[in-house]
Design a protein around this ligand. Structure first.
Ligand SMILES: *Cc1c(COP(=O)(O)O)cnc(C)c1O
Ligand SMILES: [Zn+2]
Length: 384
């Protein structure tokens, strides 16, 4: 196999993660209907990491490992390659080495920009003219922005109680915004009806294959920024799970590419007690049929029925990880603590990861001097 020197995608096909059935990557796809699972993109894994040396600092530096074949279809606003910060004061305070991936630096102020940049680029490549998405807020803003740039019509469906900045930005970018009295699962129901009625393309989390590919670039970046090693533990504020599944996919891909060694992080899911289906699943092996959930200050975590719950559980099991929930009060208190200690305003979702760290250190699940990566997934300023 030739080593690719041109900047061209090495993507080969899409695959059902349960039964291995292959789906054509050159046609529009949704999810693996054979087993009701998300589709995963497979590649030729022959590439030297030296190609990265002179690449620009966006997630498109990993273009061979992304699904867009013609570079003219790339829709980019400068997403990715966000700072990886050392939190020295919190490290002293907790006795572990605390790192933070600050995703608030992304276009539209959240890491949703990663998945949406890749998904909209691929939609453009496949000739899609109208996309529809239910969202807790941030994905809708990102979708609106990237669709504005791509010249694609966007319909965004979000809960009416979402902060006004998140609605305003959709309007500013010219998207069609529909508000629903309910939570994300209610928005998802309406989205499904609209997809059937209008023929627009469904961009729900993990119901199309390529947001996952955009999100996986977080995993590549963490390795590259740590000079091709990974932290002991990664604490991820989890809603639909794209980032968690994506990072794990990136780690396995980098192992196949020979870019990193065998040791992988233990992956931790953080949720809010107001909406914790993954904690239920991890602890009890099932989620109660009509799970009761409430809104949270951590909007991005309120996903009552995550489609990819099985894949998330796989990541926890394979990585010897864990899952835990924090309260609204704990989220608020940690936000203040981190602001004073580190000069950083974390989003509620980001703050939840620090609370998770404190609990896991107290439980001695995280050992002294281990290296732990937290996430700030969104700008604090967005929820004003
Ligand atoms: C969407 C979102 C999350 C959850 O990310 P998933 O990868 O979907 O689990 C966390 N934080 C914020 C701010 C979000 O917008
Ligand atoms: Zn299958």
């Amino acid at each position: 196999m030739a080593i690719a020197t041109e900047s061209t995608s090495l993507a080969t096909y899409l695959e059902c993660p349960s039964c291995g059935r292959q789906y054509n990557i050159h046609q529009q796809q949704t999810y693996a209907t054979c087993c009701n699972q998300p589709l995963v993109t497979r590649y030729h894994y022959h590439l030297t990491k030296e190609i990265l040396h002179h690449r620009k600092h966006t997630l498109w530096r990993y273009v061979e490992l992304l699904p867009v074949f013609n570079k003219s279809n790339i829709v980019s606003l400068g997403e990715g390659f966000t700072p990886l910060l050392n939190l020295f004061t919190l490290s002293r305070r907790t006795g572990v080495n605390v790192l933070l991936k600050d995703e608030s630096m992304n276009p539209t102020g959240s890491f949703k920009a990663r998945g949406i940049s890749v998904a909209v680029s691929k939609a453009k490549e496949l000739g899609v003219t109208h996309v529809i998405m239910p969202t807790a807020g941030n994905a809708g803003g990102a979708l609106s922005a990237y669709c504005a740039k791509a010249g694609i019509k966007a319909t965004v469906i979000m809960p009416a109680h979402t902060p006004s900045t998140l609605k305003e930005e959709c309007n500013m970018f010219g998207a069609e915004l529909i508000l629903v009295n309910g939570l994300l699962d209610d928005c998802a129901k309406l989205a499904k009806q609209l997809v059937e009625k209008s023929g627009g393309f469904d961009m729900s989390t993990l119901k199309e294959p390529y947001r996952l590919e955009g999100k996986k670039t977080i995993g590549y970046e963490i390795a590259e920024q740590l000079n091709w090693r990974l932290p002991d533990v990664i604490i991820y504020p989890t809603g639909g799970g794209t980032g968690l599944i994506g990072m794990w996919k990136a780690f396995l891909e980098m192992q196949r590419l020979g870019w990193i060694g065998m040791k992988l992080p233990r992956m931790v899911i953080i949720q809010t007690k107001n909406c914790a289906p993954m904690i239920q699943l991890f602890e009890n092996g099932t989620v109660t049929e009509n799970i009761v959930t409430k809104p949270s200050s951590a909007y991005g975590l309120v996903v009552p029925k995550p489609f990819a719950k099985d894949l998330m559980l796989d990541v926890l099991q394979q990585s010897k990880g864990t899952a835990l929930a924090v309260t609204e009060e704990e989220i608020d208190a940690c936000m203040h603590e981190v602001a004073l200690a580190e000069g950083l305003l974390l989003s509620p979702e980001g703050s939840a990861t620090y609370m998770g760290l404190k609990k896991l250190v107290e439980q001695k699940w995280i050992k002294e001097n281990e290296e732990v990566l937290l996430f700030n997934t969104c700008s604090w300023y967005k929820y004003r």
